[in-house]
Design a protein around this ligand. Sequence first.
Ligand code: GLU
Length: 517
Amino acid sequence: MGITRHSRIICAFNIQRPVKTRSMTEVRTRIAPSPTGDPHVGTAYIALFNRCFAHSQGGKFILRIEDTDQQRSTGKSEQDILESLRWLGLDWDEGPGREGDCGPYRQSDRTHIYRQHIEALLEAGHAFHCFCTSERLDELRKQQMVDKQQLGYDGHCLGLTQEEVSNKLASGIPHVIRMKIPEHGECEFEDLLRGTVSIAWSQVDMQVLIKSDGLPTYHFANVVDDHLMGISHVIRGEEWINSVPKHVQLYRSFGWREPVFCHMPLLRNPDKSKLSKRKNPTSINYYRDMGYLPEAVVNYLGMMGWSMPSGEEKFSLAEMESSFDISRVSLGGPIFDVEKLSWLNGRYLRENLSDGEFAARFLQWATAGGRLERVVPLLKERVERFTDVVGLGSLFIDGVIQLQAENFKHKQLNDETMVKILQYTLWRLEALQSWDRDAIESCFQELASQLELKIRDFLFPLFIVISGKAVSTSVIESVAILGLDISRARIRHGIEVLGGVSNKAAKRLESEFQKLG
Ligand code: GLU
């Protein structure tokens, strides 16, 4: 790849879409979440470190939504991510709702930009059309596994002539666009925390840049946007470190200056495994709904692999930003321990809030999202005096309701069936597209009939886990008001009290569950 080619590409871009030249010293960082699920604590953790780094350097922190995976991205998830970052006080200097001069900040609104850039890359010979069918690629993969070879694309379409490519394109054969990868040698790059990292090019796949639906993959859109948005430092989770060679190669192909890379250690469960919702609640909404203060959650995330120079464990976001020094990040996997977070949150409640503030913040939390208005009609039907309200309504502001095996005594249902009801219900609730009373009711009814249970019996273990009692306000309404995160935590606790599910049993349950359709 020659220098002339680079300058030609740069010129082409400058003609089509002038890119604002930014001062080389301006620090710009970003968080680039994909809106494909719950707002994850890992996203908040990376956002925090990006924001602290940018602000400690007098720079800007940008939020970009990476929604190129159209199947998995949802508007609801995007909204939840934005809200949860705002709730934590991790607001952004540029991004959705805060337009700067590098927008739009949502990748689905930038497809014309990727189209221009892929054209230039194809023209310069750094990318190529690939017409291989998925059957061929499956076959190739199988063979590579049998031969114990490195998995990846074998370059089959690299040899097509320009004419062959044009003919195939003209006859509308489905295709993707892949990047070329150097055949020999190593890719070396600097990581701010790890020093020089080197990865052999032979380990790097000829990554698809544009999918058959015409949309870019993460790698392509991410690099183009980081460049156009003037990102100076890419600070992200270490799971992306093996992708850096592909990104470096794209920067080099375009003739762009590479950002500084910095890969943060991943958050871990107390047993050192990667933080996952199977073992720990990972949604920020869970911590909000459980009554943690956002300032305590941010403080706790700040303690993940980082410490104040003074060694003080309790610090505000402003204090963290003003003392921030990224070289203090330690690479040992930081443990996200909910008990330690609870301890810290208790300190905030006691030490940071006056009695008046405590009362105000508690009321604000307990009634957030119109909760009180939604609960009142359920209580009114059942109470005779105000003194009945707390007993009936406490389930709406409780966390996980502590249960014993006796709570689940039932004439018809045994423990195994109840575990099945709870686990299947959880899986179905997790897959719900819309979270409302009607959707939850149909989910319960469908599952009860698939399990050939009377709805009354089916609902019994759900009443127990959700309200702690066999008779209470409607369990459907209660789940709708409590939301997925608290409902999940209560269902999980119920499953544990009923003896839990071993890995083997989980596999069996999962395959039986799949068969229900
Ligand atoms: N969209 C990617 C994610 O969901 C961003 C990774 C990066 O920061 O480059 O994590």
